[in-house]
Design a protein around this ligand. Structure first.
Ligand SMILES: *[C@@H]1O[C@H](CO)[C@@H](O)[C@H](O)[C@H]1NC(C)=O
Length: 164
């Protein structure tokens, strides 16, 4: 799950920020199938309102914090890119160490409800298995905000670069 932010100090809207190297900051949460997650129902229950490309649905306001794991201070951070075309390298990624769960039923709602085609198209193209392949690390480093055994740790609060 991604929470996408744009740099509103420098750009008037997300369209202007999306291709800038300091344009976007995305929080990423890894989700496993397991226990039912009531917090994710706050938008999953509206998923049938956005079945087709360009559909929009209004969702009542809710606290985004509830969609994130505990320990917001434990994360990986690196300069990366959009996961969808045009894949601009404009994203400061923060991926939390801890994962969340949604139930099998919640996962199936996500995996089967959506189409990448328009409502009026004669053939509906299901939207799944469309993830971007892992990219080369090149000269980038991944910063880690917490202690792990296999890299050098300095002190609490410092981000320590590791080579991957
Ligand atoms: C974003 O801002 C630019 C520059 O002010 C403007 O031309 C454009 O129409 C805006 N786009 C949206 C989607 O609001």
């Amino acid at each position: 799950m991604h929470v996408v932010h744009y740099n509103s100090d420098k750009y008037p809207n997300i369209s202007m920020a999306v291709d800038k190297s300091d344009g976007l900051a995305v929080l990423g949460v890894l989700i496993e199938i397991g226990k039912f997650n009531p917090n994710y129902e706050q938008f999953l229950k509206f998923i049938n309102g956005i079945k087709y490309r360009d559909h929009k649905v209004q969702v009542p306001g809710f606290n985004v914090r509830a969609l994130l794991p505990t320990h917001l201070d434990e994360y990986y951070r690196y300069d990366g890119s959009l996961t969808t075309p045009p894949c601009y390298p404009s994203v400061l990624w923060t991926i939390f160490r801890n994962h969340l769960t949604i139930s099998q039923k919640q996962f199936m709602a996500l995996a089967t409800a959506l189409y990448s085609s328009n409502a009026q198209d004669s053939v509906a193209i299901p939207m799944h298995s469309n993830f971007r392949k892992p990219q080369l690390v090149d000269s980038r480093v991944v910063l880690v905000s917490f202690k792990e055994d296999d890299y050098f740790w300095i002190s609490t609060g410092l981000l320590v670069p590791i080579l991957i």
